[in-house]
Design a protein around this ligand. Structure first.
Ligand code: NAI
Length: 699
């Protein structure tokens, strides 16, 4: 039963009961209309209360039914609300904890609403690229006024019930209960007090006007357009609320429905809904069930107080977990701690962190030069220099000192986790935690599962990642893991584009217009072109078959490492970050083209974007085949949270699905005639060919 029906004297209580947040799935909707029917048929019932069991009134649509036929099967939410409005006995919504989306729309359909203080109230549909679709855009302005309602609908952000109840003239809540505990009793009393009231009030009958309508909506459109550049839904929220002010209620409902249905089909909404599900799916690992036992992690040790060690430590301090950092020298510790302090102090200055919170966090931090001091930590994360020899020394030492059952993690970005695990006698306890820089800011955490990593260790680290608010994605062991393995193909393709006729600025602009935060060459200048140089030197020894454009090596040979040397693919004025096209680089590229015998041609922005994105997609397909990622949506999460891939495209694999995998392969076949790439670059991954043959998609 996902909704219960109980009599309390002459009041019937329908309690939604569909954990965790009483999503309005089909069974719950049926439960509500059945309850209404029973109450109507029972002469002893004088009034009805609808409330939510457990932790919420209702969080809205049931995500388990997302996109399935059940989500709109009758009674759909509109029909449920109509049944409530048509009830001849008063219906009181008793809301607490969470009333969001469809949950709030359900409450707005009731004759009366009583709320517990502290309830989060929101219409968050815009975050999925939609507008509310069950009357929210028509009813909320009628109870809160046009401006407050539009702000809530456009932002999707929750507001507390008592805050809304304090707005002058509001009709959202008829009463605020003294507490969540007394809500039910107060709702029963309220229901009895209105049992005889007729006619029953309906939100749909309230007026909806703005005193300077046209001017206000013009202003609202300008504001919203500026803030929502790649997403159509926010402007449609304005259209829907405007319809509420200009049309009769039922016509406004039709306008809302049309806008909602059109948005459902937009690639932007599909992308956002895909990412919503993808984020939740990251925690699902095929052979590690949800009930896998976990180890307790109540203290963490970090080896190395450099760029990464400091940022990694901050994540745990922020979550209230004590951290002990070990370094080889006191100076290195002092420098690391000073950086952490500086980061926190800047947050305090910007009003993002309270002084007392800052002090609490620093109090959880301690340092040492002695491995023996780490022995009791539940988990240790190594972030020392990226050299196998150094990692070996550290892991042998950790194996000696750490207590039994401690998790031994490495932040390596390129080294083989299985080799690192082999330095210990407990490879089952060893795992990779690949944070991204700056580690206290970037959302992505790739968790690298070694051949022998224990399932309990993996489950523990996944849960811990969530606790420190990361998007945590599992990767198998391979060079570059998921993210960097793919970006290497993207960078190689960017190089070939220069060889064939593009300038760095042209490539960057095309990719940025597509929506990337930064094009590949500006990115290289920011990260340091010497990093890629080192990788290519290593590759030349390991995989001589892998071809690169020679331009990047020539750039590095000129010492142009990027922003840090005030010269890279672009020129930089010291102290500034503006990328200025460089004459030196233009000449270097021309000379390079001549040396490889290429006559430059004009390349369209579409071709640039497709070559870069499909290079990611094809490598992504290989990664799936190799079992490095267990699902395509994990790859999308890596790219959205770690590499600035545009949200509204939903990640590379989702983009390819929407572009059509057949069309992707057709484009790759065209690019394969490119004389400069190595012969295999555009050979579709077998998985990609198979999906095309079966008319399937990645996701
Ligand atoms: P870093 O050079 O800033 O810091 C390394 C620190 O480790 C230094 O403070 C050094 O004194 C200390 N150290 C070296 N050997 C040690 C030892 N035996 N015992 C104790 N401390 C020792 O390096 P960074 O950038 O923080 O990188 C650390 C690790 O994180 C590397 O494995 C790197 O590949 C990885 N990584 C780096 C990223 C980045 O963007 N910098 C991103 C993701 C991973």
């Amino acid at each position: 039963m996902t909704a219960s029906y109980n009599l309390h004297g002459d009041v019937a209580v329908i309690a939604l009961n569909n954990p965790p947040v009483n999503g309005l799935g089909l069974a719950t909707r049926v439960g509500i209309t059945d309850g209404l029917g029973r109450a109507a048929a029972d002469p002893a019932v004088k009034a009805i209360v609808i409330t939510g069991a457990g932790k919420a009134f209702s969080g809205g649509a049931d995500i388990k039914e997302f996109g399935s036929p059940k989500s709109h099967q009758e009674p759909n939410l509109l029909s449920v609300i109509l049944a409530i409005e048509n009830s001849t006995k008063p219906v009181v919504a008793a809301v607490h904890s969470v009333a969001m989306g469809g949950g709030l729309e359900l409450a707005l359909g009731c004759h009366y609403r009583i709320a517990a203080p502290g309830c989060s109230v929101a219409l968050p549909e815009v975050k999925l690229g939609l507008i509310p679709g069950a009357g929210g855009t028509q009813r909320l302005p009628r109870v809160l006024g046009v401006e407050v309602a539009l702000n809530m609908i456009v932002s999707g952000e929750p507001i507390k019930s008592e805050m809304l109840a304090s707005l002058p003239g509001q009709k959202l809540f008829d009463k605020i209960a003294a507490s969540a505990e007394s809500l039910e009793q107060e709702a029963l009393a309220y229901a009895r007090s209105v049992a005889e009231t007729r006619p029953l009030p309906l939100v749909r009958n309230l007026p909806c006007k703005h005193p300077v309508g046209d001017a206000y909506f013009q202003f609202a459109r300008n504001m919203v357009a500026g803030m929502s550049k790649n997403f159509p839904a926010p402007l449609k929220c304005v259209d829907a609320v405007e319809a509420a002010t200009k049309q009769k209620f039922d016509q406004g409902m039709v306008a809302e429905r049309d806008l909602f249905i059109n948005l459902m089909w937009t690639p932007e909404s599909k992308a956002l809904r895909h990412l919503f599900m993808a984020e939740r799916a990251t925690a699902k690992i095929p052979d590690v069930p949800a009930d896998t036992p976990q180890r307790a992690v109540n203290s963490v040790a970090v080896i190395g107080a450099g760029t990464m060690g400091g940022g990694i430590s901050m994540n745990f301090l922020n979550a209230g977990i004590p951290v002990k950092i070990l370094e080889m020298k006191q100076e290195a510790l002092d420098r690391g701690i000073a950086t952490i302090r500086k980061n926190y102090e800047s947050q305090v200055k910007r009003g993002k962190l309270k002084q007392d919170k800052y002090e609490q966090r620093m109090a959880l931090l301690s340092t040492t030069l002695d491995y023996a001091d780490l022995k009791d930590a539940d988990m240790v994360i190594e972030a020392v220099f990226e050299e196998m020899g150094v990692k070996e020394t550290v892991f042998r030492k950790l194996d000696e000192v750490m207590k039994t059952g401690a998790i031994l993690a490495s932040n390596t970005s390129t080294l083989d986790m299985n080799t690192i695990a082999s330095f210990t006698k407990r490879p089952q306890d060893v795992i990779g935690t690949h944070f991204f820089s700056p580690a206290n800011v970037m959302r992505l955490l790739e968790v690298v599962r070694g051949e022998k990593t224990g399932k309990d260790v993996l489950a523990t680290v996944m849960a811990l990642g969530k606790k420190i608010k990361k998007t945590t994605v599992v990767s198998g062991v391979c060079d570059g893991f998921i993210g960097n393995r793919m970006i290497e193909q993207y960078s190689r393709q960017a190089g070939f584009l220069l060889d064939e006729g593009c300038t760095p600025a042209q490539v960057d602009k095309a990719v940025e217009k597509f929506g990337f935060a930064m094009g590949p060459f500006r990115m290289g200048d920011l990260a340091g072109n010497d990093i890629g140089w080192a990788i290519r030197k290593r590759r030349a020894l390991e995989r001589a078959d892998m071809k690169y454009s020679g331009t990047a090596d020539k750039l590095c040979a000129l010492g142009r490492f990027g922003q840090k040397t005030n010269a890279g693919w672009y020129d930089y004025v010291p102290g500034k970050r503006d990328a200025i096209p460089s004459g030196v680089v233009a000449k270097m590229i021309e000379a390079h083209r001549a040396s490889v015998g290429v006559t430059p041609r004009k390349i369209s922005d579409d071709e640039i974007v497709q070559r870069l994105v499909f290079a990611l997609v094809n490598e992504g397909a290989h990664i799936l085949e190799d079992g490095i990622a267990s699902k395509a949506s994990d790859i999308d999460m890596v790219y959205i949270t770690g590499y600035g891939f545009p949200m509204h495209r939903g990640g590379p694999m989702n983009y390819a699905d929407q572009f059509g995998l057949f069309n992707v392969v057709q484009a790759m076949n065209r690019f394969a005639t490119n004389p400069l790439d190595d012969a295999d670059f555009w050979k579709p991954a077998p998985l990609l060919s198979k999906l095309v043959a079966e008319s399937k998609t990645f996701n």
